[in-house]
Design a protein. Structure first.
Length: 244
């Protein structure tokens, strides 16, 4: 299984802080946002490589960061060639770009690089091995206004995903979907051709929505919380919360 980190965005909501520096490499305590995530993922036996896709502007910064790493699995940095928010490929196109460039033919753990998790990805991977289907994470969100800003799924009693909504006005459930997915090797061809069959290209949730209809997906409820860093205020809060 390969880790694929989607890190090619420009984080315009963080202003000058990320104008010339990638958000995933912002410091949190003694590490970085992405470093904290990979510290966990690197310990999972199934994972044999970490692939990070970024943009042309930030590629040299990631390459320099890579020189300081001491993970047990190799790290590969990919440059998607874009240089501005206006010309960005979008998360789905970036994922497809990585699949094609590296000729990936393996199960993939796909993660967004701007979250801090209070739990390990190990349980997610173990559930994938038991299920044998592609997987998405979910968490119970009681607030309707928050559900209206994210992906929402309906599941059956076995946690098979029946449908997924994107930013629904009337959510079908309280199961919200964070940007963490496992796609099995047998589903990669569906991903490669997703955009030409109508899948949106901007957000990783666009692909999950498409895959719910194209394949069989199960959901794994998060066992603890996560912290999404989407603004200067949330970054400052994260630095305080995860100072160690």
């Amino acid at each position: 299984m390969k880790t694929i980190v989607i890190a090619a965005g420009y984080a315009t909501r963080l202003g000058e802080l990320t104008k010339n520096f990638p958000k995933p490499l912002l410091e949190i305590g003694k590490s970085t946002i992405l470093g904290r995530m990979l510290d966990d993922i690197d310990t999972i036996p199934d994972i044999d490589e970490h692939i990070i896709i970024t943009n042309h502007r930030f590629f040299p910064i990631f390459e320099n960061w890579k020189k300081q790493l001491h993970y047990s699995k190799p790290v590969t940095i990919i440059d998607d060639g874009t240089e501005s928010n206006e010309t960005r490929l979008g998360a789905v196109r970036d994922l497809i770009f990585a699949l094609e460039k590296l000729g990936i033919d393996d199960d993939i753990l796909v993660v967004a690089a701007d979250n801090i998790l209070d739990f390990s990805f190990r349980g997610f991977v173990e559930e994938f091995r038991k299920r044998g289907t592609s997987m998405i994470m979910c968490h119970h969100e009681p607030e309707i206004y928050k559900l209206q800003r994210t992906g929402v799924i309906e599941v059956d009693e076995d946690m098979r995903v029946l449908q997924m909504q994107e930013k629904p006005q009337v959510p079908v459930s309280h199961w919200a979907v964070p940007p963490f997915y496992i796609y099995r090797r047998d589903d990669l061809d569906l991903i490669r051709h997703a955009i030409e069959h109508g899948c949106g290209s901007d957000a990783p949730g666009n692909l999950a929505h498409y895959m719910v209809d194209a394949s069989v997906l199960h959901a794994w409820p998060m066992p603890a919380g996560r912290f999404d860093i989407g603004s200067l205020d949330t970054y400052e809060e994260a630095k305080q919360r995860y100072a160690i």
